[in-house]
Ligand binder design. Sequence first.
Ligand SMILES: Cc1cc2nc3c(=O)[nH]c(=O)nc-3n(C[C@H](O)[C@H](O)[C@H](O)COP(=O)(O)OP(=O)(O)OC[C@H]3O[C@@H](n4cnc5c(N)ncnc54)[C@H](O)[C@@H]3O)c2cc1C
Length: 431
Amino acid sequence: MEHCRCREIEGKLSHDHKGRAVSSVPGFSFVPGPVIVGAGPSGLATAACLKEKGVESVVLERSDCIASLWQRKTYDRLRLHLPRRFCELPLMGFPRDFPEYPDKGEFIEYLESYARRFGICPRFEETVEHAEYDALLGLWRVRSMSSKGEERGARTRTYLCRWLVVATGENAEAVVPEIEGMEGFGEVIKHTSLYRSGKEFEGKRVLVLGCGNSGMEVCLDLCNHNAMPSLVVRDTVHVLPREMLGWSTFGLSMWLLKWLPMHLVDRFLLLMSWLILGDTARFGLNRPKLGPLQLKNLNGKTPVLDVGTLAKIKSGAIKIRPGIRRLRHHSVEFADGRIERFDAIILATGYKSIVPHWLKEGKMFSEEDGLPRQPFPNGWKGGNGLYAVGFTKRGLLGASADARKIAEDIGREMARNPSLQQPSSSPLLIS
Ligand SMILES: Cc1cc2nc3c(=O)[nH]c(=O)nc-3n(C[C@H](O)[C@H](O)[C@H](O)COP(=O)(O)OP(=O)(O)OC[C@H]3O[C@@H](n4cnc5c(N)ncnc54)[C@H](O)[C@@H]3O)c2cc1C
C-alpha cells in the first residue's frame, strides 16, 4: 500500500527546465540539486558558487528577506568590523566607491545585488524544522514550515535532496542569560538583537552586559546619544586598535602570520596596542594570558577592535562594573556589593547556533554548541552529502572559503555522474 503511494508520487515528480525542484504532489518536492538552509551571506555565497558550476539549488529562509541578521537584528550604527576586502563574497567584489568599512546599509545593498546577479531567489518564510537522512532512499528529507500570510500555520513541505547545505549561521538565536531578580527589575531589558539606537535611551542610565565588539559599540552609541552607559566586564578581554601603522590590525596580522609564528605576532600586536591605547587594565579591562590570535585560534573568542569606546571609558563617560549578583526593583546589585539604579539593561551576550534542534544526524554537528565537531578547516563536509558553511568562527572570509569548497565538491560529483540530477534515478519512498 505504502509502496503504491510511493510509486504514484515518484511518477508525479519532475523538474523544471532549470533543474529546480519539483513535484505535483502537494507538500513534497524533489530537488535535483542541493537544498541550502539559510539565506545569509553564507547561503548566498554557496548558491552563487554552485551556480557558477552550473548547479541550481533551492534556498530556504525562515525570515522574509535575505541576510536577516543584518536587516532585522543589528543596530543602526553598525559597520563591518573588518576592511571590505576581507568581507567580500566569492565571485563579486564590493562596488569601488564603497568605503573601507562599509556600513550596514551598504553591506545589505551589496548582498541584495549579489543575490540579483546570481539569480538567487530564496523561498522566504520557510523555517526548516526537521531534516534527516533517509538511508533507504539515499536522500535527505528536509521538512519546512511556511509562515507566509496565506499559508500560515497550515503548510509544511518536505524536500527530498541528495545534498543538504547548512547555512543557518553561528548567530541563529540570541543568548539571554538567566539573572536572579530579572522579573522584578521593572525596567527595559533587551538583547542587542532588538537594540537599534541609543536615541530611545537619551538621559537614561543604561547597563550593558557583555564586552565583545557589540557591547563596546552599543556603549559608544549610547554615549553619542547622551545616555549614561555602564559596562559589565566579568571576564578578561583583548582590546586592539582597529588600525596600526596605517594598516588594518586584521590585515597586518594576516600578513605577519605569513612570516612569523603566531605567538610572535601576538607579542607585536600587544606591544602596538599598549603604545596606541595604553594599559587597558588601568581602566578595568584586563587582558587574557594568551595573546589575541592564539585565543581566537583556541576557542574562537574574537578580540575587540576599538572604534572609539576606549576613549570614552578613559574619560569616565562609560563606567566599568563587575559581574551582576542580582537585579532588584529598578536597580542592580553587583558582585562587589555595590547597588546602583538603572533605567535599562542591554544584553550584549551574543548568539548561538541551534542546528541540532532541527538537523537529526548526530555526527557532524555537536549537540553542545551546534557547531561542526571537526575544527577548521575540516568542518565543512559531513557524510551522505551534508555540508556546513559559515561555522568556522572566521566571519565572512571563512564562509567564503567554505562556499567555494562545497561548490567544488558537489560540482565534481555531479560532473562525474550527471544522472544524479534525475529524479527517476532513485525510487522515491514518501511516507
Ligand atoms: C553584529 C555583527 C557584526 C559582524 N561583523 C562582521 C564583519 O565585519 N566581518 C565579518 O567577516 N564577519 C562579521 N560578523 C560575523 C558573520 O560574518 C556574520 O554573522 C554573518 O552574517 C554570518 O553569515 P551567515 O550566513 O553564516 O549567518 P546569518 O547571517 O546568521 O544567516 C543565517 C540565515 O539562516 C536563517 N535561518 C536560521 N535558521 C533557519 C531555519 N531553521 N530555517 C530556515 N532559515 C534559517 C536565518 O534567518 C538567517 O537569515 C558579524 C556578526 C555580527 C553579529
